[in-house]
Design a protein around this ligand. Structure first.
Ligand SMILES: NC(=O)C1=CN([C@@H]2O[C@H](COP(=O)(O)OP(=O)(O)OC[C@H]3O[C@@H](n4cnc5c(N)ncnc54)[C@H](OP(=O)(O)O)[C@@H]3O)[C@@H](O)[C@H]2O)C=CC1
Ligand SMILES: CCCCCCCCCCCCCCCC(=O)[C@@H](N)CO
Length: 338
């Protein structure tokens, strides 16, 4: 199954902000026929995202028209700027409305199974079953385990695992021949201090992907393991993130959402299905090749196997000595401060 942006019905969870919104923007700007459906819990955020995406695209077209001295198009575009009415998909949405638009939103809490099943019923009813599904919803609250509240622990499981789990389940049942793209994290290869609310769920996604690839022979299942990138969620996580977490993840310098999205699209188009977004991510994946990875799903996989084997023997023990020492020192400094 080739990955192309054009001529698709693409469903993007977490499409109201960050990387999900960036993907929606890319499809909207770079295709003519593709239909895009963004999903998240907050209807307000979704409506704002749709308006933003259409405005940005319109402004860009206007700039192009201005450069070409095409006054008629400029006037036309100025009119559309004032009356953007974001389109919701529900059981009442008319087929003609769907035919006339390309970007839609559906509010849904994806960590509730019945809501996800309802969402797919609606999509079936309006004849908008997706050909590509991007499971971008997720996020972390980095803190020490003991400092997390019960609510934060639960929302980690809901946001990062249940959303993707329930979505994948509906995909398996309703559209078993589609392209499913799950978003894990580099922390799936190296879970470390500060990410207890998050990394275990991203590890679970990696396991789920392995199993779904066995069980769904007609689907294409991709798994993205991003390093840090700047998003609304990232800004928030920086506030509660312990220093030691920032120190350890230093080598994963945050890139922009746009760069991150473009890289992922490029790798998907190249046919890869285990995707990282920076060098350190690719390197950490090579340390974690293991079962289910010995194939050509990731860039230079044979090379990863060799590098991984050597590094696991030589570099990892040294690095882990240093890392353990860093953490020990940090703990003792903390207890002095108290
Ligand atoms: N930013 C980073 O550095 C990294 C991020 N990642 C992963 O990449 C993905 C995108 O990250 P990023 O752009 O930073 O995310 P953000 O935190 O900026 O956005 C998260 C999105 O998920 C939606 N969402 C959260 N919970 C639910 C739910 N229960 N049901 C439906 N929608 C939900 C939010 O909308 P709403 O609040 O309206 O529900 C929002 O649109 C995530 O899976 C993240 O874990 C991986 C590695 C690094
Ligand atoms: C020989 C071994 C060398 C090892 C070097 C270790 C470097 C670790 C880099 C980890 C980067 C983690 C990014 C997390 C992104 C993420 O998921 C969060 N932003 C949550 O959203």
């Amino acid at each position: 199954m080739r990955y192309i942006l054009e001529d698709q019905i693409t469903l993007i969870t977490g499409g109201s902000q960050g990387l999900g919104k960036q993907f929606a923007q890319k499809y909207y700007q770079e295709t003519i026929n593709s239909k895009i459906i963004i999903i998240s819990r907050s209807e307000n955020k979704l409506r704002k995202a749709v308006t933003d995406i259409i405005l940005t695209a319109t402004n860009r077209k206007k700039e192009e028209a201005l450069l070409e001295n095409d006054e008629q198009t400029v006037h036309l575009l100025e009119d559309t700027r004032n009356d953007i009415d974001p389109i919701i998909i529900n059981e009442h949405t008319l087929h003609s409305t769907i035919a006339d638009h390309r970007l839609f939103y559906m509010p849904c809490d994806l960590s509730d199974y019945e809501s996800v099943a309802g969402l797919f019923q609606t999509l079936t009813m309006v004849n908008m079953l997706p050909t590509q599904v991007l499971s971008c919803a997720g996020g972390s609250t980095p803190k020490l385990f003991k400092d997390l509240s019960g609510y934060e622990l639960e929302s980690g499981v809901r946001m990062n695992y249940l959303t993707a789990l329930y979505l994948s389940h509906q995909v398996a049942k309703v559209i078993p021949n589609c392209h499913l793209i799950l978003f894990s994290s580099v922390t799936a290869f190296f879970p470390f201090i500060g990410y207890s609310q998050y990394a275990p769920l991203k590890v679970s996604l990696k396991a789920l992907v392995g199993i779904l690839r066995h069980e769904l022979p007609h689907a294409r299942i991709s798994c993205v393991f991003p390093g840090n990138f700047q998003s609304e969620g990232f800004e928030l996580e920086e506030i509660s993130k312990p220093d030691i977490t920032k120190t350890i993840e230093g080598p994963s310098y945050p890139i922009s959402c746009e760069e991150c999205c473009d890289k992922i699209v490029w790798w998907l188009e190249m046919g890869y299905d285990d995707i990282t977004t920076d060098f350190i991510g690719w390197f950490l994946m090579s340390l974690d090749m293991g079962l289910n990875k010995h194939n050509n799903r990731s860039f230079l996989w044979i090379c990863q196997l060799v590098i991984g084997t050597l590094a696991n023997l030589i570099i990892v023990p040294i690095y882990m000595l240093i890392c353990t020492l860093q953490i020990k020192l940090w703990h003792s400094r903390q207890s002095h401060e108290e």
